[in-house]
Ligand binder design. Structure first.
Ligand code: MG
Length: 299
């Protein structure tokens, strides 16, 4: 059993880097800028933080962006609740649409996103951006289901890879990309609903086998999560970050004083864990690096 102290020093202090948002989410570390971008969804803005410049508003309005990740070339990809699409977020603030429809129907409100080493873009599509005007614009679901999608930017093909989740939310590949982890957060609004991460075997690099339970979050829901270089999952929960071994056992907890939504590794050595939680952005130094998928850097 791995000891949490080998991953995060017991002396490491959680720092609050910024507060003043309403619901912070979607952190991404942009290595070329030595800066973090993240969303404050209800305020329809993307914020930027760097050690040198501190925090500032990067983009507002921002199409109610939620999750972000890096593409293989290091550029930033974003989920837009407001425009119900996947888009590229350029560093001059331009938002370039990539995909917004499945078989002619508008997506619900893409939530979180990850890029596979083959360049395909995988994302979740729960309804949080269309349930109310708080995180997007109220609308009916055209698809009538919440799926996980695989988008191939070379062919423009969009495939649904599973509809097995009620509200699919965070997602990440295992280090060798043989497993896709997906969280289901429907239990946030429905006490009897799911609040877990499930694991799917990836078949032929593009399809998913049946899901199995990976980790049930006892407090709140697992919204977003990231992997470290050893394949451990750092997942958000109501009470902070839970660190979970590849076999699904809980290694330990990193308490955060606000409801935690997501995290990402970054910083100069890739060992800083940035955490979005409630109104705030936090960081804690770790003893590990984030999983590195390709030339782009840390997921
Ligand atoms: Mg999310």
């Amino acid at each position: 059993m791995v000891d949490l102290a080998t991953l995060v020093s017991p002396d490491a202090a959680l720092r609050r880097l910024w507060t003043g948002g309403e619901w912070c989410e979607g952190p991404v570390w942009v290595a070329g800028e030595a800066a973090l971008l993240w969303s404050d969804i209800p305020n329809d803005r993307v914020l930027r933080w760097s050690e040198r410049d501190g925090a500032s508003v990067f983009l507002q309005p921002a199409g109610f962006q939620n999750g972000h990740t890096l593409d293989l070339d290091g550029s930033v990809l974003a989920c837009s609740h407001g425009d119900r699409r996947i888009e590229r977020l350029h560093l001059d603030g331009r938002r370039e649409p990539l995909v917004d429809r499945y078989r002619g129907m508008r997506l619900n409100s893409p939530n979180d996103i990850v890029v596979k080493r083959d360049g395909t873009i995988w994302f979740t599509d729960p309804p949080y951006g269309i349930l109310s005007d708080r995180e997007g614009h109220t609308a009916e679901s055209e698809i009538g289901a919440c799926m996980v999608f695989r988008f191939d930017p070379r062919s423009g093909e969009l495939d649904a890879v599973t509809d097995a989740m009620v509200h699919p939310n965070g997602l990440a590949f295992s280090l060798d990309e043989s497993i896709l982890y997906v969280s289901d957060t429907e239990g946030w609004g429905n006490p009897g609903g799911p609040h877990h991460i499930r694991a799917f075997d990836v078949i032929d690099g593009r399809r998913l086998g049946p899901p199995r339970l990976y980790y049930d979050v006892p407090a709140g829901v697992p919204d977003g999560f990231r992997l470290d270089e050893h394949g451990n999952v750092f997942t958000s929960t109501l009470e902070g970050i839970h660190v979970v071994a590849p076999d699904g056992t809980l290694i330990g907890r990193i308490p955060v004083p606000e409801r935690t939504s997501n995290c990402v590794f970054g910083g100069p050595g890739g060992r800083t864990l940035f955490i979005t939680a409630g109104a705030s952005l936090y960081a804690i130094e770790t003893l590990v690096r984030g999983a590195v998928p390709g030339p782009g850097g840390h997921r």
